[in-house]
Design a protein around this ligand. Structure first.
Ligand SMILES: [Zn+2]
Ligand SMILES: [Zn+2]
Length: 354
C-alpha cells in the first residue's frame, strides 16, 4: 500500500471543539506499526473528553481520541516480528511502564506512568493510527479473525474487558441474583456477562424507556423503571425478601450508589463501576449497612491488557454476542453527528468507520 501524506482525523481542539480535518499520516519508527483503522467505537470516556471533562485533556490539548480500535496493519517497522502486513488486529489501549509492581502483576491500567492510545497519545478516530513500541512489546496487538468477527464488534473488546474486570472482583456464583443499575452499553454487557457466569436472575434498573426496552431483549430477566415502579419493592419480591447478592452500579448516579447498600443481601457484593462527576464525587455512605450485612463494596476502573486478552477470547469465540449493541455506524467525516448520536441515549454503541 502506498502511504498517503495526509489523512482524515477527528481532532480534539478544546471542549465541544472536535474538528474533522486533514493531518499528516503518522510516521513510524523501526519498532512500531501503522494501523489502517477499520472501526473505532465511541465510549463514555470520549464524550467526557469532548466536553472537556477528562483529566488527561487539560486546556491546550490537541489530540485524536479513540481507544476502542480495530484495524489492518498497513506498515510494519523492520524490527517488529510476529505480526504481518494485512492482519486485522484489535489494539488494547493501555500501556504501562512495564516494570512497576502494578505492571508486573498484570494490572497495567493501574500503572502510575501509564500511556493510553486515544487518551494520552493520538488514537483511532483517524484513517491511520501509530501503534508505539510499548504497545507491541506489551502484547496489546491482538489478531482477530476478520472473516468471523465484525471489526465493529471486535472494537468492543475494550469495554467488555472493563466489564470482565468489574465482575472478576464480584465472583458471581451460579444461581445468584444480580442487579445492574443502568442499561447503557456497559450495563447491557454486565447483564450478558452475568448470564454467562450463571446468575439465577439478572435484574436491570433503567429510567430511560427506550434503553429499558432494549435491556429486556438483550440479557435482562426483568427490567425495572424506578421512575414508574418501586425498585425496592421489586427487589423484595424477586429475592424473597433477601436482597440481591451482587449489584453493579453502571450509572454515574449518587442516589444509585447509596441505594445499592440498601438493596444488597447479607454478604452482598457491590461494584461502583461508573465514576461520579469529578467536582461532586462524595456520597452518603451508610457504614452500618456495610458493617452489619458484611458487604463488600468495591470498584474497578478501565482494564488491563490481560483483561483484553480474555475479552478477545470470549468475543471471538462468540460466547457472548455483542453484535446487537452496535446501533449506528458513521464515516469519519460524520464524526460530529456520530458523537451526538452516542449521546442521545437512544443508541447503544456508535461506531466510526474511516
Ligand atoms: Zn472505552
Ligand atoms: Zn508500570
Amino acid at each position: 500500500m502506498t502511504e498517503k501524506r495526509s489523512m482524515l482525523a477527528a481532532v480534539y481542539h478544546g471542549p465541544q471543539d472536535l474538528r474533522v480535518e486533514r493531518i499528516p499520516v503518522p510516521q513510524i519508527g523501526p519498532d512500531e506499526l501503522l494501523l489502517q483503522v477499520k472501526s473505532a467505537s465511541i465510549c463514555g470516556t470520549d464524550l467526557r473528553i469532548f466536553h472537556g471533562g477528562h483529566r488527561m485533556f487539560p486546556a491546550g490539548t490537541v489530540r485524536v481520541p479513540g481507544h476502542e480500535v480495530v484495524g489492518v496493519i498497513s506498515s510494519l517497522g523492520s524490527e517488529v516480528d510476529g505480526l504481518a502486513i494485512g492482519q486485522t488486529v484489535f489494539i488494547a489501549p493501555n500501556m504501562g511502564c512495564g516494570h512497576c509492581q502494578q505492571c508486573i502483576s498484570g494490572n497495567n491500567n493501574r500503572c502510575a506512568s501509564y500511556q493510553a492510545l486515544g487518551v494520552t497519545i493520538d488514537g483511532g478516530f483517524a484513517e491511520y493510527m501509530r501503534v508505539p513500541a510499548a504497545a507491541i512489546k506489551g502484547g496489546n496487538v491482538m489478531p482477530i479473525k476478520s472473516e468471523t468477527v465484525d471489526p465493529a464488534v471486535a472494537a468492543l473488546i475494550e469495554p467488555f474487558a472493563c466489564v470482565l474486570r468489574g465482575q472478576d472482583v464480584l465472583n458471581i456464583r451460579p444461581g445468584e441474583t444480580v442487579l445492574v443499575i443502568g442499561a447503557g452499553p456497559i450495563g447491557i454487557m454486565h447483564a450478558k456477562l452475568a448470564q454467562l457466569r450463571g446468575a439465577g436472575k439478572v435484574l436491570v434498573s433503567e429510567t430511560n424507556p427506550e434503553r429499558a426496552a432494549q435491556a429486556l431483549t438483550l440479557g435482562a430477566d426483568r427490567v425495572i423503571n424506578p421512575a414508574l415502579e418501586d425498585l425496592s419493592a421489586v427487589i423484595t419480591e424477586e429475592s424473597g425478601g433477601m436482597g440481591v447478592d451482587v449489584i453493579i452500579v453502571a450509572a454515574p448516579a449518587h442516589a444509585a450508589q447509596e441505594a445499592a447498600l440498601q438493596y444488597a443481601a447479607i454478604g452482598g457484593r457491590i461494584n461502583f463501576f461508573g465514576g461520579l462527576p469529578k467536582d461532586r464525587s462524595s456520597i452518603n455512605f451508610d457504614s452500618n449497612l456495610v458493617h452489619y450485612k458484611e458487604l463488600l463494596v468495591t470498584a474497578t476502573t478501565a482494564c488491563s491488557t490481560s483483561d483484553c486478552r480474555r475479552s478477545a477470547q470470549i468475543i471471538s469465540t462468540g460466547k457472548v454476542d455483542l453484535s446487537s449493541l452496535i446501533s449506528r455506524r458513521f464515516p469519519l467525516t460524520a464524526a460530529l453527528p456520530a458523537f451526538a448520536a452516542a449521546e442521545d441515549r437512544k443508541s447503544l454503541k456508535v461506531v466510526l468507520e474511516p
